[in-house]
Design a protein around this ligand. Structure first.
Ligand SMILES: [Fe+2]
Length: 168
């Protein structure tokens, strides 16, 4: 495992095969994380009004699509060149989707009202995160994963029932 100072893990490595760890990190961080970040930051920019904050969002929104594209391109390369690893894609996608859902599909009751300052800085109410995440599932995730024979929507449909049943 590659670690940064203070023991921060740069890459998660739960699998024996380093290629599987690489694929997991690419799907989780770049394909899914960066793809949902694009509409999320756009939504935050719409909510923000502080001049400096707006310019930061502009910069982030310019950068994020490249980060996501890096992920999808790397996944396409892995799929092309690692013939024996193609079967991992669906399994890894489902696990990574669950991780992203834990961050964005928050259905707990804790939803404090945002302060004026938070609104100025672009903070958005909890339900917006959920809608952004679900829009990514039925939009970019579904479109991209279809190429690999994986139904993002079917996987999410099943996962969502469990999440909501548990009241996570
Ligand atoms: Fe990014």
């Amino acid at each position: 495992m590659i670690t940064l100072p203070h023991g921060y893990a740069l890459m998660q490595s739960q699998y024996q095969d380093p290629r599987k760890n690489a694929m997991f990190n690419v799907i989780l961080t770049f394909c899914l994380g960066e793809s949902v970040a694009v509409p999320l930051f756009s939504m935050m920019r719409k909510s923000a009004s502080h001049r400096l904050v707006l310019s930061v969002y502009d910069r982030i929104i310019r950068d994020e699509p490249r980060h996501a594209e890096f992920g999808w391109l790397t996944l396409a390369w892995m799929h092309r060149d690692w013939e024996d690893a193609r079967g991992w894609i669906e399994e890894i996608f489902a696990i990574a989707l669950g991780r992203i859902a834990q961050q964005y599909y928050f259905i707990g009751e804790y939803a404090p009202a945002l302060t004026g300052t938070e609104l100025t800085w672009g903070m958005i109410p909890v339900p917006y995160y959920r809608s952004c995440f679900e829009a990514a599932v039925s939009g970019v995730y579904a479109r991209r994963m279809k190429h690999y024979g994986v139904s993002a929507e079917a996987i999410w449909h099943e996962m969502k029932a469990v999440y909501e049943g548990e009241g996570v």
